[in-house]
Design a protein around this ligand. Structure first.
Ligand code: X90
Length: 275
């Protein structure tokens, strides 16, 4: 039996097309700790974090939580958040080596998404599609890397506070926003780090600029996945605009789970597309 295992940055709670399980990262302050499980109440966590004045941080899954998730399958595809911003990919590889030494007959492929949220969703869907087509483990291992390179990730955020205090983005970039309705539009670099594109005033401007970028990257109507942090409204506006321009696109909108909510913050939008 095969299985897809992703960390909780994938924003999916379930995935009906394949045997699927997620492994949680965790979110903490010095007083409280939340495991990013399926039933985590995002509104409650965000309310708490915004009312808390001390520091807050995240941690990648333990090796043991990966090992537990691997149980019961003999062909395992692991999809992780970008190694450019998190140790998650590295802990997944440690778990892989350990699991293989105890189960030499099992096959495990760990995919570095170099992305987050919707980028992982597209990779997970593609693995299930490859399996349905009857591709072998070795073929999938090779082809998924090529597919990863064909994906683009964009984000529009209202605050970079949590990214900046946790050292995931330059503090100078971060200080520019959080004022006057300013949004930051950015993309994932080929190394899976944060690449700011523009500061935009208001949602209307951010939408224009986002569409401009999507066009310029060579997007022609492929799949799109949009994850949002309590901002279904803007996600819908973006989806509508994309359909207006590119026709009947395969597009899904997904509420962010804990990890992406923590870093993308309230109002944040993350969009993944195929080129
Ligand atoms: O504690 C950990 O190991 C997790 C660290 C994760 C850090 C970054 C998460 C970013 C989530 C922010 C906007 C999208 C940026 C994507 C660039 C690849 C969402």
């Amino acid at each position: 039996m095969y299985k897809i295992v992703a960390d909780s940055s994938c924003d999916l709670k379930s995935f009906p097309d394949a045997p699927f399980v997620t492994v949680p990262l965790s979110l903490s302050t010095d007083e409280r700790s939340y495991v990013d499980q399926e039933d985590l109440n995002i509104t409650e966590v965000l309310d708490y974090l915004y009312s808390h004045h001390g520091r807050s941080y995240t941690a990648c899954p333990s090796t043991q939580s990966w090992l537990d998730a691997f149980e019961g399958a003999d062909e395992i595809y692991v999809v992780t958040i970008t190694s450019g911003l998190s140790g998650t990919f590295s802990t997944a590889n440690v778990a892989k080596e350990q699991y293989l030494s105890e189960h030499p007959e099992v096959k495990i492929c760990v995919v570095d998404s170099l992305s987050t949220g919707p980028g992982l969703v597209l990779l997970i869907e593609k693995i299930a599609e490859y399996k349905a087509q009857g591709k072998t483990f070795e073929e999938i291992e090779k082809d998924i890397v090529l597919y990863q390179k064909s994906l683009k990730l964009y984000f529009a955020l209202q605050s970079l506070h949590n990214l900046a205090v946790n050292g995931r983005v330059n503090k100078l970039v971060a200080s520019a926003i959080g004022i006057m309705n300013i949004r930051i539009l950015g993309t994932a670099s080929p190394e899976g780090t944060i690449d700011p594109i523009a500061k935009c005033r208001g949602d209307k401007r951010v939408l224009e600029k986002l569409i401009e970028e999507i066009r310029a990257c060579g997007y022609k109507g492929g799949k799109i996945r949009i994850c949002h942090v309590e901002n279904l409204e803007l996600a819908n506006v973006i989806a509508e605009k994309i359909r207006e321009i590119f026709g009947n696109v395969d597009l899904r909108i997904i509420p962010a789970r804990g990890l992406c909510s923590f870093y993308a913050e309230r109002g944040g939008i993350i969009l993944g597309c195929e080129r």
